[in-house]
Ligand binder design. Structure first.
Ligand code: IMP
Length: 408
């Protein structure tokens, strides 16, 4: 049994795209299990940059099979475009890329609602406006349309009515205009036709590959502090980026996951609103942003930047059951030349060693900092606190710029 999950231990953008591409050479299959086109996983290979939104990041390797599980939400336009773009580089993806018929579809009205709701709110979340939240709301509200439905004309017509009527009310309540029912129905049928060669039951596919001895990577998007339960609620995404999310998002029994690699950046970034105790709003934040190229891979938004928050990484390692750690962007911190990290917090005069489980308490946290001699010093402190080895360190955007610190 060889399932390895890759998860982010911060607010996403830890460099998971590069990590997956790096590790995928030793794997046969990469599975996306949650999130949607809000993710932007960057890979730099052979002098070219690629950004994966929905397609699993390891697919630049010719032999790697990609599977998109039911936990993912599929934006039809983004998906079709991503397939066409990637096929220009790696050739036909049919027979190598699969999407589970149970994955939910981001409908045009979900994108509309995300944008309208964010614009009308005095406390926006700062979403990517890709319609992810409304799609997952409809998933839980039993109002979702799934990839498989687009391949069954009569069923689709019958079952689109309820979600359509509900969402029409929502769109109109924000002053938006809902496209006609027939237009949406035709749009979905057209999408179904385009993607039918890629649709397959992911559970059976993985079972078959597993039987042949395949090594399987589970690709998490976003990060632990954007998790719907364990993140800085309500400033989170609407899925479960933690290792447990892989079991429900791809249909994998928990005991089969025998390795969990937690990825953390050696400083911290965040896009969107919400608390960020170690944020540096001044010159230092700007310096990290420029040196690290910290702009959203999906939205282009400048990322908020600050020091590494070790308690966050330690707590996230617990939630995910991390077995190895992968640190990224050490070259950027080396260029900054200061090796500072939070090792605890103060809250109303009390000392805390872990981030709080109370949303309100995040706002009063004062980080307690320590300055280390080198990046290595920070890594040793993270290892001491987590009891887990930092096996890999990324020191540049190129594929090969990874130091294997420990034996795998
Ligand atoms: P949503 O996922 O678009 O609903 O956005 C919810 C929050 O998650 C916002 O703060 C986004 O900026 C953040 N977010 C969503 N996807 C990513 C990602 O891939 N990287 C970093 N932040 C993300």
């Amino acid at each position: 049994m060889s399932y390895t999950a890759i998860v982010g231990l911060q607010w996403g953008d830890e460099g998971k795209g590069k990590v997956i591409d790096y590790l995928a050479r030793d794997y046969d299959v990469v599975v996306r299990f949650q999130g949607g086109a809000n993710a932007g996983h960057s890979v730099y290979a052979d002098g070219k940059s690629f950004v994966f939104h929905l397609i699993p990041s390891g697919m630049l390797w010719e032999d790697v099979v990609g599977v998109i599980g039911p936990g993912v939400v599929i934006d039809p336009e983004a998906f079709v475009k991503e397939i066409s773009d990637l096929e220009k580089t790696v050739g036909d993806l049919k027979g190598r890329l699969f999407v589970d018929p149970r994955a939910h579809i981001v409908m045009p009205y979900h994108r509309q609602e995300d944008a309208l709701f964010e614009a009308s709110s005095d406390k926006p979340i700062g979403t990517t406006k890709k319609g992810i939240g409304p799609t997952n709301r409809d998933r839980y509200g039993r109002l979702g349309i799934r990839v498989g439905d687009t391949l069954r004309r009569d069923y689709l017509r019958e079952h689109l009515r309820r979600p359509y009527d509900f969402n029409k009310r929502v769109v109109e309540s924000y002053g938006g205009v809902m496209p006609p029912f027939e237009e949406i129905y035709e749009y979905l049928l057209e999408f179904g036709e385009r993607i039918s060669p890629y649709v397959a039951d992911g559970v059976l596919l993985l079972e078959e590959m597993e039987r042949k001895g395949a090594r399987i990577l589970l690709e998490g998007a976003q990060g632990t502090y954007l998790d719907l339960n364990f993140g800085t609620y309500p400033y989170v995404t609407s899925s479960h980026p933690i290792s447990g999310g892989a079991t429900i998002g791809a249909g994998i029994p928990p005991w089969k996951i025998n390795r969990v690699i937690g990825v953390f950046k050696i400083y911290t970034t965040r896009v969107g609103e919400g608390p960020f105790p170690t944020e540096e709003k001044g010159e230092l934040g700007d310096r990290l942003r420029e040196l690290g190229g910290e702009y959203g891979a999906t939205t282009g938004r400048p990322r908020r930047c600050g020091w590494l928050d070790i308690p966050m990484v330690v707590y996230a390692s617990l939630v995910n059951g991390v077995t190895d750690l992968f640190a990224t962007k050490m070259d950027v911190l080396d260029r900054v030349g200061t090796y500072k990290a939070a090792v605890g917090y103060r809250l109303n005069g009390r000392e805390l060693s872990f981030p709080p489980a109370y949303s309100a308490d995040w706002y009063g946290l004062e980080p307690v900092y320590e300055e280390f001699e080198s990046g290595e010093g920070i890594l040793l402190e993270v290892e001491r606190r987590t009891g887990v080895a930092v096996t890999f360190v990324s020191v540049g955007k190129e594929r090969e710029a990874v130091i294997e610190r420990k034996r795998r």
